[in-house]
Design a protein around this ligand. Structure first.
Ligand code: NAG
Ligand code: NAG
Ligand code: NAG
Length: 428
């Protein structure tokens, strides 16, 4: 900030007041402490009471929403603590939760307190949400949406189903209005099986490479079919190596970029952690979170490091990682929950081809009608007359195809992502 900017801030002139925030820990199980951070909506045209509440769930498992989602994707400030033009806080109150336990500033006291399956992830989150809506009753009637990315989508689906049941039972008071699954790990096998065709079509595999990638993907599929899920996770890791070798290191999060070669020559889970958790906590972000942010928050226990248990989170979930949750999405749709799937055109790890496959397998009665509809183009708000996305919606289901975006859609196409947020939350 220059001296003039500082003066304006000091005098409280023209610069908007920093948005109201709150944060806290909830002990969701004995020895399992979950951290959340809330930004109240900060809009020139509406009070937060008249804007939705959005919970953001990061992937991994082990990626931190309060860190990566907040400072690299949708929060009011970017990693250099400068205002983000496409912050979601201008259209919604945003709640970041570091889950599963051990992620970000969340932590466990004991090695046996990590979650090992998505059912525990969901029941932990229900404890947190019950606590949150009790502590913040002003949010009980505000439309509440869950948005997610990657593995966060698998968790979001499971959490949404449990939340729907809890609201019916009256154990959680909130106005749950929908779930949005971004580049989500809903059907891992459909993702892996389409890597070959997708990379071949985009000039990233030759015929030899295509055959090798398909063979490696087939091994993943077999392990899943035999319900050997830990083995499937290992085979998935092998398949990623095969992709990497044949593409000269394509970036799994955006096919137009390349991985640095630090990832090569490692095997299995150690490699997966390096490949999928570390990019979510680069040194610069880690320095920010463990430096000024931790100081600002003031409640982080001395021996807890942001990201310090992330590897453990992933390792503990490895046996659950490759299990699909397509049936959970079906149950949500049948229960009348608004479900949106959105996917980045340039994402490899969760490519759009794979998403199309599991969506077509849904048993929900609206699917045949959804399939018969044509999509509608959407202009990119940042470039008038240039298509930024296509979308299609039928009853309580919607699909957004986001162009020129990889796995992290709000980082790659901020204005388009913000526009989509407004459409999904009935503001546009
Ligand atoms: C932090 O220290 C407390 C007290 O010694 C201990 O019970 C707890 O397990 C530690 N937590 C972590 C994450 O190391
Ligand atoms: C949920 O939000 C909608 C939209 O603001 C509102 O019409 C409805 O009354 C709310 N429902 C509850 C139970 O608060
Ligand atoms: C759910 O989706 C339907 C169909 O698009 C829409 O009419 C309705 O307003 C949505 N409900 C909420 C709470 O967003």
């Amino acid at each position: 900030m220059d001296a003039g900017g500082f003066l304006v801030l000091l005098l409280g002139l023209s610069t908007p007041v920093a948005s109201k925030e709150a944060w806290s820990y909830v002990e969701v199980r004995d020895g399992a402490h979950m951290f959340w951070w809330l930004y109240y909506a900060d809009s020139a045209s509406a009070q937060y009471e008249n804007l939705p509440l959005v919970m953001w769930l990061q992937g991994g498992p082990g990626g931190s929403g309060t860190g990566f989602g907040n400072f690299e994707e949708i929060g009011p400030l970017n990693r250099d603590l400068e205002p983000r033009k496409t912050s979601w806080v201008q259209a919604a109150s945003v709640l970041f939760v570091d889950n599963p336990v051990g992620t970000g500033f969340s932590y466990t006291d004991r090695p046996d307190a990590y979650a090992t399956n998505v059912a525990t992830v969901a029941s932990d989150m229900l404890v947190l949400l019950k606590n949150f809506f009790t502590e913040k009753p002003e949010f009980q009637s505000i439309p509440f949406y869950i948005f997610s990315e990657s593995y966060g989508g698998k968790m979001a689906a499971a959490i949404s189903l449990e939340l729907t049941k809890a609201i019916t039972k009256g154990t959680v008071k909130c106005n749950f209005s929908g779930v949005a699954l971004g580049d989500s790990w809903i059907s891992p096998v459909d993702s892996v099986m389409t890597w070959g065709p997708y990379l071949y079509t985009t000039s990233l595999l030759d015929d030899y490479g295509l055959a090798e990638v398909n063979k490696a993907a087939e091994a993943v599929k077999q392990a899943v079919e035999q319900q050997e899920f830990l083995k499937a996770t290992e085979m998935w890791s092998v398949a990623e190596n095969v992709v990497e070798q044949n593409t000269n290191g394509v970036n799994f999060y955006n096919i137009l970029t390349q991985d640095s070669d630090e990832n090569h020559k490692l095997t299995h889970l150690a490699l997966q952690i390096l490949r999928h958790i570390r990019p979510l906590q680069r040194q610069s972000l880690s320095d920010l979170m463990n430096g000024p942010i931790r100081k600002k928050l003031g409640i982080i226990p001395q021996n807890v490091t942001w990201g310090g248990q992330a590897d453990e989170v992933f390792t503990n979930m490895a046996g659950d990682f490759m299990k699909p949750v397509v049936d959970i999405v079906d149950q949500l749709l049948t229960a009348g929950v608004n479900v949106t799937v959105y996917n980045g055109q340039l994402d490899l790890i969760v490519d759009t081809l794979g998403q199309e496959l599991w969506v077509k397998q849904l048993k929900w009665e609206g699917i045949p009608s959804f399939n018969k509809l044509r999509w509608t183009p959407l202009d990119d708000p940042a470039s008038p007359h240039i298509t930024g996305a296509f979308y299609k919606t039928y009853k309580n289901f919607a699909f957004y195809w986001i162009l020129k975006a990889g796995h992290m859609i709000p980082s790659d196409q901020g204005p388009m992502a913000l526009q989509m947020l407004k459409m999904i939350t009935q503001q546009a």
